[in-house]
Design a protein around this ligand. Structure first.
Ligand code: A2P
Length: 272
């Protein structure tokens, strides 16, 4: 099943979720309620998005077996990356959400500070203490992930990076596949820019789907986890309606030709 990925720690992950970055505070609660009602089971959050108590309020309202949902958060670490700072952030997130964090990630490697391996050790500690189920990273390069594996013997279950048809991250995806790490795509629609692409529009029209649906399906067929963001309940629902068609090998090859190395967001080495 294309919407169910195996994590290397034995747990499973719904491949398709929705992201909460830049969802305005006053809309967050309704977006989360609408997202789960539309069938999403993966909710991608972070301390930095500053809307975790709104997510918590929404989860409180939703009548669903909690074990069916995967709730994520990420350690921001701009001020301090020390063990105490990680633990304090984690506590604050858990309190804001009012429920367990299923997957906790390091949001950025901040490589100039050279502390991400120690932060990773604290995440391992949290997991070993049973406070979080799975641990991962975000915005890590192959080299950063390689260091985690070499120095701690533990790979992240996933690495969430900017990934869309204009930035396909092929080398990183291959590295992840070799290590059993799930590639998770943020800004999977290229902040909406790839929706305008004539080739994407042509492929979408041939399948009688929207450009967003075609792109999301492309991610799933690559084996990515994917977290498109929308504040609009109709678009949120239609972005999940991607299980009734299949892109052909030729469609996938045409998507592959769209690579441009184009970043819309910050790159891993930029943020310190
Ligand atoms: P909106 O929130 O108003 O729907 P990404 O996930 O790549 O960052 O892209 C998010 C952007 O794409 C947002 O601006 C979002 O706007 C827009 N978007 C998301 N889904 C769709 C869709 N199905 N059709 C058009 N725009 C979409």
């Amino acid at each position: 099943m294309i919407d169910d990925l195996q994590l290397l720690d034995g747990f499973r992950l719904p491949a398709l979720g929705f992201g909460l970055y830049k969802v305005p505070l006053e809309q967050t609660e309704e977006v989360v309620v609408a997202g789960v009602a539309a069938g999403y089971r993966l909710v991608d959050g972070a301390e930095f998005y500053a809307n975790e108590s709104q997510v918590g309020r929404a989860l409180h309202r939703i009548d669903i077996d909690r074990s069916l949902l995967t709730i994520t958060s990420k350690f921001w670490g701009e001020e301090s990356q020390d063990r105490d700072a990680v633990l304090a952030s984690f506590d604050a997130t858990e309190k804001a959400l009012g429920t367990a964090v299923d997957i906790y990630m390091i949001h950025w490697p901040r490589p100039n500070r050279n502390q991400y391996v120690d932060v990773w050790r604290t995440l391992i500690e949290l997991r070993d203490a049973g406070r979080v189920r799975s641990i991962g990273v975000s915005n890590f390069t192959k080299e950063h992930v390689g260091r985690l594996i070499d120095e701690t013997g533990e790979a992240p279950v996933l690495n969430q990076v900017e990934l869309h048809p204009y930035l396909q991250q092929r080398e990183l995806r291959e590295f992840h596949a070799q290590h059993g790490i799930i590639t998770q795509a943020w800004s999977p629609l290229g902040r909406g820019n790839v929706l305008e692409d004539p080739l994407v529009q042509e492929i979408a029209a041939a399948h009688d789907v929207t450009p967003a649906q075609a792109i999301i399906r492309w991610h799933l067929q690559l084996g990515n986890s994917v977290i498109p963001k929308s504040v609009n309940p109709e678009r949120l629902a239609s972005n999940r309606d991607v299980f009734g068609f299949e892109l052909t090998d030729e469609d996938m090859a045409r998507f592959e030709a769209l690579e441009q190395g184009k970043h819309y967001g910050t790159t891993p080495d930029e943020r310190q």
